[in-house]
Design a protein. Structure first.
Ligand code: HEC
Ligand code: HEC
Length: 419
């Protein structure tokens, strides 16, 4: 198990809503109900641990109300794309938990990974399935220039925002908007062809000016994304009601099967070694032996992006960040031995997971029942991942088979559905 060395921002101290912990045993009438000790363990998953937003020291305007509003507008603006028809909300659909229920995202073209939900992402130290970005604002710059997502270039976007949202930009960023007259319509160092040629012809000042506006576009979008938070679920209500000895009502009741599922989740099935805390994730990367989709190139996950994170001009230590390089502990102490990350992907949050099929980084698994089957068998996946990745001495699946019986499988699925 590979643990992170540092939290960029410490999790908000668990909010104590459990003053009456000890009196719990008095009300636990049902033999199935969680014991006081179990409830204490369960309270780490409670949503109240997410009461406070973590500060983002690399984004000075992350709490600015005007920035949140501009970010919201840009998030839904389809003109921020090469074909005037893709916005962040094309894939991150608000009515749908900010994801799209597709195996892989579809923007101006079809991508190779599944759209991730946004609620709660602000607590994560690394973004994307492989964690190739280290802040929410830097993450937002990725899809904008991705050839399959927005398909735009930073010069186009910087010019567009400064001509259509100039007053808002000026008030958020202290009237710092640069002159855009000499900028080409299309230019980016990351987009081969005309865009790269145009980029290379810009002066270094011109490149810098465009990068500043581009980074600021990411920062306002991130400010908006920080307002998208996970919802309270039935498991939260059950824990709170039990600990506060409120009567359990329709809104907070859990069946014996669901409670048994939680016991497995946090016990014998060891799910909570990775799916831990109030978002049910350790924010780390693991190879869980998810097979490559048929006919696709094996996706090596975090293994491929270690050097990319470190050299990204838009990372926490870079000149477009508002943090001093010394404050970027997460980046500074990042585990850089790439080989341990072959085929490793970020542990996803499990909040509202039953609404998010298909599952895994490329939608390889269709139902929760099949997810549990995968964890139960694990061994099959191990050899699958070995032949898929074909990397000698590389890291393979961390899972060991759980060999769950049918009742246990049903219990785990039932528990996941309470989230
Ligand atoms: C074409 C569909 C598509 C569009 C458009 C899109 N995304 Fe995504 N989003 C994805 C996919 C797919 C991933 C995972 C990609 C990967 O891991 O390589 C993702 C990942 C993310 C994540 C990472 C969440 C996490 O927990 O790590 C965030 C945040 C995000 N997108 C925000 C945005 C924003 C902001 C925009 C607009 C600027 C946007 N996305 C546009 C499909 C899309
Ligand atoms: C070793 C760490 C680890 C353990 C243990 C673990 N998971 Fe996961 N889980 C992950 C990772 C990593 C992924 C994403 C894998 C991928 O896409 O390649 C994942 C994905 C999932 C998903 C899909 C979520 C989504 O949005 O796609 C579900 C559901 C899930 N796990 C439930 C469980 C359950 C239930 C258990 C216990 C039986 C468990 N996990 C044990 C790390 C773990």
């Amino acid at each position: 198990m590979h643990r992170r060395y540092f939290l960029k921002v410490p999790l908000a101290a668990p909010v104590v809503l459990f003053a009456s912990l000890l009196s719990h045993s008095a009300m636990s009438g049902s033999p199935d109900a969680l014991s006081t000790v179990e409830l204490q363990r369960a309270s780490q998953f409670h949503i109240s641990n997410l009461a406070l937003s973590p500060p983002d020291i690399s984004n000075a305007i992350s709490e600015n109300a005007d920035a949140i509003e501009l970010g919201r507008q840009l998030f839904f603006d389809e003109a921020m794309s090469s074909n005037n028809s893709v916005s962040c909300a094309t894939c991150h659909i608000p009515e749908n938990g900010f994801q799209d229920n597709k195996a892989v995202g579809e923007g101006v073209a079809r991508g190779v990974r599944r759209t991730m939900p946004i609620a709660g992402a602000q607590w994560s130290p690394w973004f994307f399935w492989d964690g190739r970005k280290d802040s929410l604002w830097s993450q937002a710059l990725g899809p904008l220039e991705d050839r399959k997502e927005h398909g735009a270039t930073r010069a186009q976007l910087a010019k567009y925002v400064l001509s259509n949202y100039l007053d808002q930009y000026q008030s958020i960023f202290d009237n710092s908007a640069p002159h855009t007259a000499s900028w080409p319509d299309i230019a980016s160092p990351l987009v081969p062809g005309l865009a790269a040629e145009n980029w290379n012809q810009l002066s270094s000042q011109g490149q810098h000016d465009i990068n500043v506006v581009f980074a600021n576009i990411g920062k306002v979008i991130a400010a908006y994304e920080r307002t998208i938070r996970p919802n309270e679920n039935r498991f939260d209500r059950y824990i709170a009601a039990s600990l506060n000895t409120h009567p359990i009502d329709d809104n907070s009741a859990m069946s014996s099967e669901e409670i048994a599922g939680f016991r497995l989740f946090s016990g014998k099935a060891q799910c909570s070694t990775c799916h831990t805390g109030p978002r049910f994730t350790d924010d780390f990367f693991h190879n869980t032996g998810i097979p490559t989709p048929l006919g696709k190139v094996p996706d090596l996950g975090r293994y491929k992006v270690i050097s990319q994170v470190l050299s990204d001009p838009f990372n926490c230590a870079g000149i477009y960040s508002d943090a001093g390089a010394d404050s970027c502990a997460e980046l500074k102490y990042m585990q850089t031995n790439a080989r341990q990350f072959i085929g490793a992907f970020k542990t996803p949050s499990l909040r509202a997971v039953s609404q998010r099929s298909p599952y895994m980084h490329a939608g390889q698994i269709k139902t929760l029942e099949d997810v549990i089957e995968h964890y139960s068998r694990a061994g099959d996946a191990l050899s699958g991942s070995l032949s898929n990745f074909n990397v000698k001495n590389g890291r393979v699946s961390e899972l060991t088979p759980l060999n769950l019986n049918d009742a246990e499988k049903r219990q785990l699925v039932a528990f996941l559905k309470t989230l």
